[in-house]
Design a protein around this ligand. Sequence first.
Ligand SMILES: Nc1ncnc2c1ncn2[C@@H]1O[C@H](COP(=O)(O)OP(=O)(O)O)[C@@H](O)[C@H]1O
Ligand SMILES: [Mg+2]
Length: 508
Amino acid sequence: MKAENLQATVEQAFANLDRVREAHVQGLDAHEIGIVTSLSTGIARVAGLPGVCYEEVVKFPGELFGIAFNVDEDEIGVVLLGDYWNLHAGDEVERRGHVVDIPVGDGMIGRVVNPLGRPLDGKEPLIAEKRVPIERPAPPIMDRAPVTVPLQSGIKVVDALIPIGRGQRELILGDRQTGKTAIAVDTILNQRGQDVLCVYCAIGQRASAVAKVIADLRENGAMEYTVVVVTEGNDPPGLSYIAPYSATSIAEYFMQAGRDVLIVYDDLTNHARAYRELSLLLRRPPGREAYPGDIFYIHSRLLERATHLCDKLGGGSLTALPIIETEAQNIAAYIPTNLISITDGQIYLSPNIFELGILPAVDVGKSVSRVGGQAQRAAYRAISGDLKLAYAQFEELETFARFGTRLDEATRKIIEHGRRVRACLKQPAFEPVSVPGQIAVLLALTGRLFDNVPLERMREAELALHKATEGFPADLIKRISSFEELMDSDREAILQFARVALAPFGSS
Ligand SMILES: Nc1ncnc2c1ncn2[C@@H]1O[C@H](COP(=O)(O)OP(=O)(O)O)[C@@H](O)[C@H]1O
Ligand SMILES: [Mg+2]
């Protein structure tokens, strides 16, 4: 062997030795073993891990993991991330030297996983690209771009009056059984063929409710572009607590690859409750409604991760639809007000409207979208002002009309028109409407073409109009779907189609 070759080999060997030694020292560091001193619901207290860091993962016997949550000098409080029935005081606990992480990658699409990334659908093992921590800093301001592209929900009342933009955070709130999940699921269904990936995160719901959502997604072909992250009501609170962060990391992977992603948190009320439970068990001081002091922070740091990245970073986006369940319509309770102030708007669903059979039960007066307007297609923008005004006037006058007072002609017209607006904004679940379909209905509505259609035939008339949009010339469809303002000739062409379609229903 030549001398210089030998020299290089020896240097290489020394370099390797250095690396091994460094790794060895680190390995020793992370190998503290502690002992469980006491256990309570979802919590363990552990002594003998003096070097443990805040939020570090620790391992118990039998593949059970936990997060170091309260780090005191002589004892730590650990949040358990799995079934702990076989855990005993005196069991050994091992430091892992890292925070909780989760597998991410294209292999997750179409799968149902728990917040640790373990498959729950009984299919083949996951193929992950890499593992990323579940908690990551939100993108800094300079990495963010304004919201400019709409995220079509396919729901007329939302797309016309409370539009959502890609990268926006829009809260869905309302009492139980008012159709909150239905709005979120409909929005996911409408992303079919739109090149938007979806993540549905179920937190602390009944298993039957989650099973129904998964079945609905599957039947409508939405699992092809959706990841479902699930914790059920009877899972340990630790799992419910980390679920939205895990789901966000899965979604973020796609956003950073330049994709548009939609994430639904269903719901953050259960998340807040799980966190309250953990905090009380860890004896952290309770604040308002017994929630711990950092409840606002845990939600804002979650939702700040939703954004539209600037072009330099691939231009991907993460749109968040957090859901909150109110009690007795109290939107001024602690958690709802926190989330209203964190998000860019809210869709409020009212049980009173639901009872009247007006579905989706969106209370237009109490709903708002603070950034979606800039992203809305110009064709909508031209109509929505008119529509909002007509609807608001109608709602005010309707109360009067109920007393059977004699109404003058102008008032009667406003009421009759308002009833048609309301009928047009009704929409069954799982029936998303395309952009041309929506624009045709809304234009016909503001053009007063529906005003002579009997109320009981409104649905039929609307379906006839949807059918007519299939006959629109391709270039007209293209112009409607673009972001340009509609030309007068286009508007007239749509109205002409509508007149023909609605003629059999007595439209003038
Ligand atoms: N647009 C709609 N059309 C018909 N039924 C609906 C509509 N939206 C919701 N529902 C029904 O209302 C019920 C409650 O909806 P859900 O989304 O589960 O409420 P929540 O999530 O607020 O508890 C469900 O049975 C659902 O099928
Ligand atoms: Mg629900």
